[in-house]
Design a protein. Structure first.
Length: 559
């Protein structure tokens, strides 16, 4: 099957929507929904995934971009969860997605000489080994002098010493989209901008859903033997469609991050610090540092969570407490806010395998997965598909996704090891090919073909020089992008990496994708206006005093 999600793929898939009963309908195109579609399709089931917005448009594009076990869970004695997450980290690094998931080091400053080093050191030692075979280097204890060599940006009095350990990071939106493309490669139909408006019933049983194509307004009825809801923070909204009381609910917690230029902090490693509410990371991210996160309850608009002035100040205050030269608001290039889906009220008979996520069948035929964390998406997906295939009426193979490399993984390491030759054959610089390999893996050959057909696509974008014009075209021809925001915010990260939030690059991006999507001048201007309004609203939200004011400012432009 093809993993090329171009406009023709979508048109064909929409035309066939509802033609035949399928085995599994997955609602939600975040990392768990995409993972469930891949899990089910790779077991030989017929699968359709529908997503109301874009792949990873919600929580799955707004995380800390880390693949990790969660050191803080050790302190809560949740060893099983940490072991599970670290096992998944190893799989992603070594087998499933080595082109998308890569090691990152962190410095953990110590405040007390003896007891803290022994206590935290024991925890980090356990963290290094609890997940089985080591996928990353072991931690090291550092003196204050050695720690400051790695992190000259830190104040001398901010620590007595430090521990350096390793975790992993990922571009969450690209990873989620790649899972969806891999599901398509295994026969799943994956569709964005398709919204479920109601559940289809046969008596008490859910046997499908009513789906609206938001691009055209056309409505479809999709019949399915099993329906899986992987809707994250929107789980309670899906619950209301059932008309029954659910065994658990989802509480949303907001996390905010800021980006500052890489040169602004003299660090050769990331940082992790405790705060009174959670932990604060300083994470290397290409030419920037990502700093976050916050942890506050959120009960306002779920589609467009906003970072308020209070959120930004909280991050600045805590990171500046350890820096020689404090960061200011003028240093901030981008911000983003995401919502975590936290399961509340889960009873022992609905939680499956992990206290961090829950699976339930509130009505026959509908299976709901909620909670969890990004790193364990694959386990969550396998859990919900395992539950859904019980009683399907035929034997279904067990999950194989722990052995299934994602699109672009096979051959990536060989290409990375032979970078000079690959660059020479492609007629591109070594730095350009290294950048492309880190985003597309062995699928980079598709971009080489685009450039061979049109050499102008090898040019960098004005206002976002890290990216090539070919990457923008590829987002439409292979990655299912339908709108300007899809490309600037998720297929690339221009919206948070460019100091102008991508406004300078937007017209060229609109021209490149519009030519492939059949836009006329009015379509292009409408997309540009919508994007400019979104940027304006986010900047206004950042100046708002609190969540209520930030939410109101954000909604002005997206109404």
């Amino acid at each position: 099957m093809s993993a090329r999600l171009d406009p023709a793929y979508r048109a064909e898939a929409i035309d066939a929507l509802g033609d035949e009963e399928i085995d599994v309908l997955v609602i939600g195109g975040g990392v768990v929904g995409a993972g469930a579609a891949l899990d089910a399709a790779s077991r030989g089931l017929s699968v359709t995934l529908v997503e109301a917005r874009d792949f990873a448009a919600g929580t799955s594009s707004r995380s800390s971009k880390l693949i990790h076990g969660g050191l803080r869970y050790l302190e809560q004695l949740d060893f099983w969860l940490v072991r599970e997450a670290l096992k998944e980290r190893g799989l992603l690094l070594n087998k499933l997605a080595p082109h998308l998931v890569r090691p990152v080091s962190f410095l953990l400053p110590l405040q007390h000489r003896v007891w803290e080093r022994a206590y935290i050191g024991a925890g980090v030692a356990l963290y290094d080994t609890i997940g089985g075979a080591r996928a990353l280097p072991m931690h090291r204890h550092l003196s204050r002098t050695r720690a400051l060599e790695l992190a000259p940006a830190l104040r001398e009095d901010s620590m007595t010493g430090a521990i350096r350990y390793f975790d992993a990071q990922v571009d969450d939106a690209r990873h989620t989209m790649t899972i969806a493309r891999t599901a398509a490669q295994h026969g799943a139909t994956v569709l964005t901008r398709t919204k479920v408006t109601g559940l289809l019933r046969d008596g008490d049983r859910v046997v499908g859903a009513h789906v609206t194509d938001l691009e055209t307004g056309c409505e479809y009825t999709v019949r399915a033997r099993r329906v899986i809801s992987a809707t994250g923070v929107w789980t309670d909204e899906m619950n209301k469609m059932t008309g029954v009381e659910f065994p658990f609910h989802v509480r949303t917690s907001k996390g905010v991050h800021i980006l500052v230029p890489r040169e602004r902090l003299d660090l050769d490693t990331g940082l992790i610090m405790r705060t009174e509410k959670s932990v604060l990371f300083v994470i290397p991210w290409h030419q920037h540092w990502i700093i976050g996160t916050t942890d506050t309850d959120w009960s306002l608009d779920k589609d467009h969570p906003a970072a308020s002035n209070a959120d930004v100040q909280y991050i600045l205050d805590h990171v500046n407490a350890v820096l020689r030269e404090p960061l200011t608001r003028d240093d901030i290039v981008g911000t983003y806010a995401g919502l975590r889906p936290l399961v509340s009220g889960a009873s022992s008979d609905t939680a499956k395998l992990s206290r961090e996520h829950a699976v339930a069948e509130p009505v026959p035929g509908l299976f709901v997965i909620a909670g969890g964390k990004y790193t364990t998406y694959r386990v969550m997906a396998a859990d919900v598909v395992d539950a859904a295939v019980q009683g399907l009426g035929r034997a279904v193979a067990p999950s194989v996704t722990d052995k299934l490399p994602l699109l672009g993984a096979v051959g990536y390491q060989e290409m990375a090891a032979d970078l000079d030759s690959v660059a020479q054959r492609a007629g591109l610089s070594k730095a350009t090919v290294e950048h492309l390999l880190g985003r597309y893996g062995s699928a980079v050959h598709d971009l080489f073909e685009l450039i061979a057909e049109d050499s102008t696509l090898a040019q960098p974008l004005a206002g976002a020089e890290e990216y090539l014009a070919a990457e923008i075209v590829y987002a439409v021809t292979h990655e299912g992008a339908l709108h300007l925001d899809d490309v600037l915010t998720r297929r690339t990260r221009i919206s948070i990496e460019a100091s102008d939030r991508g406004l300078l690059a937007a017209p060229e991006v609109a021209m490149l994708i519009g030519a492939r999507l059949g836009w006329d001048a009015a379509d292009a201007e409408r997309e540009l206006t919508r994007y400019r309004d979104r940027v304006e609203a986010e900047l206004a939200a950042n100046q708002a005093a609190d969540d209520e004011a930030a939410n109101a400012a954000r909604l002005v432009a997206v109404a």
